[in-house]
Design a protein around this ligand. Structure first.
Ligand code: TYM
Length: 332
């Protein structure tokens, strides 16, 4: 079985629709066909200031949402990044192999640090992608299911894997991004030319899966479309309608072509009303299941403990061979 690995940050509390359609949905599908490792990346979360109590609660909440979304601990390995110390250890090695200029070209860092200003930007945020590289390489992952915004980090991971292998001999699997064309970038409902994002989207532009279902329905109904009236997929000319069609199609399994036929001659309002209902039907059980996992902390803890144990077995082996290749003297 080929291996996949991916991670999600716990910081936002609720996952948003972009997280789900762009990544988590694929995680659930891939556990059937792949040896799958998925984690909540709390080490990445602290690259910006976090309140300790909130971080702990949000880490639990992220794990509960992943289970509610359909991850099955019998079929995949679900764990918390900080439970596996090898992540930080391999990250150091990768830090030493990455060029300063190379890291400086990461667009997510450039955007975030420009917004915060240099004095409020941590060195951790700068090396964030290097930690991500360690996450992926530790598990010898063949594929990394993520949204489009992570592509550059996966490209850097490939470069570093090849660099290490070239310098020290074959050690790491060179991973490929697994990004779906349709949902790799889910757009903001109010500004459908930019991605839906916790940090940049307005409250009305983002669907938080744990919000009141009524709230999410309202946001769908007030999504920005265009002054034309035809319901047709055209990402360039009609980004708002196209985004709604993509969301609709992914949640129901109906193809976009079928949806165009179904709504021929109808108004945008009809599409939005139906999609609002589909959204309510999707988020309602998701919220309930998340709450059930939160209400049963023993089960959640035991899932995470088993996951960490399985993850560590793999991670420790990779780290040991990495240390050996580099020339570290083994501890006796
Ligand atoms: P994070 O927590 O920001 O996002 C989790 C996943 O959601 C995807 N995503 C989207 N996909 C489509 N449309 C959107 N609007 C949208 N917004 C977010 C992201 O691409 C991501 O897949 N650096 C990662 C976490 C990470 C990781 C890793 C991923 C840490 N280590 C190792 C893969 C492998 C991040 O911040 O994701």
């Amino acid at each position: 079985r080929p291996r996949v690995l991916s991670g999600i940050q716990p910081t936002a509390g609720s996952f948003h629709l972009g997280n789900y359609l762009g990544a988590v949905r694929q995680w659930v599908a891939l556990q059937e066909s792949h040896d799958a490792f998925y984690m909540v990346v709390d080490l990445h979360a602290i690259t910006v200031p976090q309140d300790p109590t909130a971080l702990r609660a949000n880490t639990r909440l992220a794990a509960a949402q992943l289970l509610a979304a359909g991850l099955d601990p019998e079929r995949c390995t679900l764990f918390i990044q900080s439970h596996v110390p090898e992540h930080a250890q391999l990250a150091w090695v990768m830090n030493c192999l990455t060029g300063f200029g190379e890291a400086s070209r990461m667009t997510q860092f450039k955007d975030k640090s420009a917004k915060q200003g240099a004095d409020r930007t941590s060195v951790g945020l700068f090396t964030y992608p290097i930690l991500q590289i360690a996450d992926i390489l530790l598990y010898q992952a063949h594929q990394v299911p993520v949204g489009e915004d992570q592509r550059q980090h996966i490209e850097l991971t490939r470069d570093l894997a090849e660099r290490f292998n070239g310098r020290y001999g074959d050690t790491f699997t060179v991973p490929a991004p697994y990004i779906l064309k349709e949902t790799g970038k889910v757009y903001d409902l109010q500004d459908p030319t930019v991605k839906m994002s916790k940090s940049a989207s307005s409250a009305k532009g983002i669907i938080n899966l744990l919000d009141e279902p009524k709230t999410s329905a309202k946001k769908i109904k007030s999504a920005v479309t265009d002054t034309d009236t035809v319901i047709r997929y055209d990402a360039e000319a009609k980004p708002g309608v196209s985004n709604l069609l993509t969301i609709y199609s992914t949640l129901t399994g109906e193809s976009v072509t079928d949806l165009e036929k179904k709504y021929e001659g109808k108004m945008y309002g009809a599409l939005k009303t139906d999609l609002a209902e589909i959204m309510v039907d999707f988020v309602t059980p998701f919220r309930d299941r998340t709450q059930e996992y939160l209400d049963d902390p023993e089960t959640l803890d035991s899932v995470l403990a088993k996951g960490a144990e399985k993850a560590r077995a793999v991670a420790a082996e990779t780290l040991a061979s990495t240390y050996e290749r580099i020339g570290f003297l083994p501890a006796k």
